[in-house]
Design a protein around this ligand. Structure first.
Ligand code: ADP
Ligand code: MG
Length: 340
């Protein structure tokens, strides 16, 4: 493959190359890339901002992550945070730091992924910053979104007897990571090519996650206002504990209600992993975990992408999981912790 050194273009040449065909699609984007700042006008709506930092070797491994997928995912993880506030993302900024290991072709592939996510989710890239780094790739994305005045949803509003709901299926991304790490090790030891047969679902969940735009749109269409919400980035256990701690409540979750994908379940059994543990402690599913009033039960039940997995209790009752066998276990936050 062709390799063009970034040094041949310089910083401004690179920025021009990466943003030359940048389009904007939102009326709120008044001024985009090309000046000292971008200008955004949300026309009387409230603005939600969220930012993330991703570091090579800590948050991603380029030995099995294609750069285009990495660009896509870097955007998705931020959009997911905006949706978790019940808001609609409209703009992003992207900061990158990279060593001379990265060619123009590599960064172009990374931006192809960024633009694909922008198109898919209707957001505009309005700026960023570009630097070299001594080692590896550093990415920081900031997402900006909008929400009708005071319709944003925090982690704080859950109340006893409200229902705990989650979108999609959990645990898949953790299993995808487990599979790719395993294949990487086998490759290092034996040179054997990775065997990813029949594992498209879990690998896809890890490498090409999606954010739940559809669920937030559905809330608006059905006039449902969750009382608390978070996106599942650290594992169900740790994330429901955030809602409970901030709301001053406890909770009960039912093991048999936790949504799991069949392909993922089979792979978990093959590795002798407990699917429930993968959902509770794995991370990076980017599903929405939220609480609603009981009056919304009928509407939630009609949506095939939502599962009711438990309910909120008073704080004194603690945070528990009821297993399939009817046993009660205290939840532990053994989230995805890269500071470990
Ligand atoms: P300044 O020196 O004022 O910070 P820069 O030369 O860093 O300006 O950036 C010029 C323009 O290009 C700005 O609009 C900035 O937001 C944008 N930009 C810089 N780097 C990136 C990037 N990696 N991705 C997208 N836009 C970028
Ligand atoms: Mg700058």
């Amino acid at each position: 493959m062709e390799r063009t050194e970034i040094a041949d273009l310089g910083e401004f040449g690179l920025i021009h190359h990466l943003t030359a065909n940048n389009e904007t699609r939102n009326a709120s984007t008044v001024l985009s890339v090309g000046d000292d700042g971008a200008v955004i006008d949300h026309f009387g709506r409230q603005t939600v901002v969220s930012t993330d930092l991703l570091i090579e070797g800590i948050h991603f491994d380029l030995s099995y992550t294609p750069l285009k997928h990495l660009g896509y995912k870097s955007v998705i993880v931020n959009l997911s945070d905006i949706y978790a506030m019940n808001a609609t993302p409209s703009q992003i900024t992207v900061n990158i730091g990279f060593s001379n290991r990265f060619s123009l072709e590599a960064l172009t592939a990374f931006y192809d992924g960024i633009y694909a996510a922008c198109e898919q989710y209707g957001v505009d890239l309005v700026g960023g910053d570009t630097s070299s780094s001594q080692k590896g790739l550093i990415i920081s994305v900031t997402a900006i979104g909008e929400v009708a005045p005071d319709q944003y949803v925090t982690r704080k509003g859950a109340q006893p007897n409200q229902l705990i709901c989650v979108s999609g299926e959990l645990g898949g991304a953790f299993l995808g990571l487990t599979l790719l790490e395993r294949e990487k090790k086998i490759f290092a030891e034996t040179g054997a090519q990775p065997d990813l047969e029949n594992q498209a679902y879990i690998v896809g969940k890890l490498l090409k996650p999606e954010a739940r735009k559809d669920i937030v749109q559905w809330f608006q269409e059905n006039q449902i206002q969750p009382t608390a919400m978070i996106d599942v980035s650290d594992g169900l256990s740790s994330d429901i504990m955030h809602i409970c701690k901030q709301s001053g409540t406890g909770c009960v979750l039912y093991e048999d209600k936790i949504p799991f994908n069949e392909e993922a379940r089979e792979f978990a059994y093959k590795l002798k992993l407990d699917p429930t543990a993968c959902a509770l402690s794995g991370g990076e599913d980017y599903e929405l975990l939220f609480t609603v009033d009981q009056k919304d039960f009928e509407a939630i039940r009609q949506n095939p992408y939502l599962s009711v997995i438990g309910y909120i209790t008073p704080a004194e009752e603690g945070m528990h999981l009821i297993t399939r066998g009817g046993n009660k276990h205290a939840l532990v936050a053994q989230g995805w912790n890269h500071l470990r």
